[in-house]
Design a protein around this ligand. Sequence first.
Ligand code: HQG
Length: 179
Amino acid sequence: MNKIDFIQLSKTVSHALRHEPQSYNLNLDNQGWVLLSDLVIALKSKGIQIDEFGINKMVELSEKKRHQILNGKIRAYYGHSVKDKILKHPVVPPEFLYHGTVQNSLSDILEKGLLPMDRQYVHLSIDRRTAEMVGSRRKGDLVILTIRAKEAFLNNIRFYKEESGIWLSGPIPSKYIVE
Ligand code: HQG
């Protein structure tokens, strides 16, 4: 399997583990885990022939850490849109976190705050450079927002840190957002 195939495989695995496990006959547990062996069977049913070793290789080679494999199980670190909430442990955030978005969304964000939109959590970045990469996925003029995370935390907004380096949170009211 070459690198391009691994990128496609990563997208399919994200689709299964973040968005539509039921259409792959998979059941996520409350932290998002499924058995790696079940994923192999699920992918096979979609015509994708890959074994556990191949999935391990895909996860290992991926520049962005989207999936975690542990004790024969696999999960997506972040990005979920499934109906049942994936449970995370709240932690204390740094003083500031960042969010990359586009100019077109700015007035809505400043009015309504940062919302999870189609996902379960708001996704935040540890530094401006990472936020730039996230925001650049969108068409339009890039905007990097600074989130006064520690202050929001002290006012009962929950934050979660993924080993992948991604930060998640509940909705962020606009008073904690600096343009
Ligand atoms: C915007 C990718 C209007 C928000 C990335 C964003 C990340 C609002 C979009 C991860 C809003 C949601 C997540 C409001 C937020 N009004 N627009 N009130 N509040 N928005 O994709 O953070 O490659 O769900 O600014 O790299 O862009 O898939 O979130 O533009 O790590 O692994 O609504 O997904 O990772 O978009 O990206 P998303 P995101 P992967």
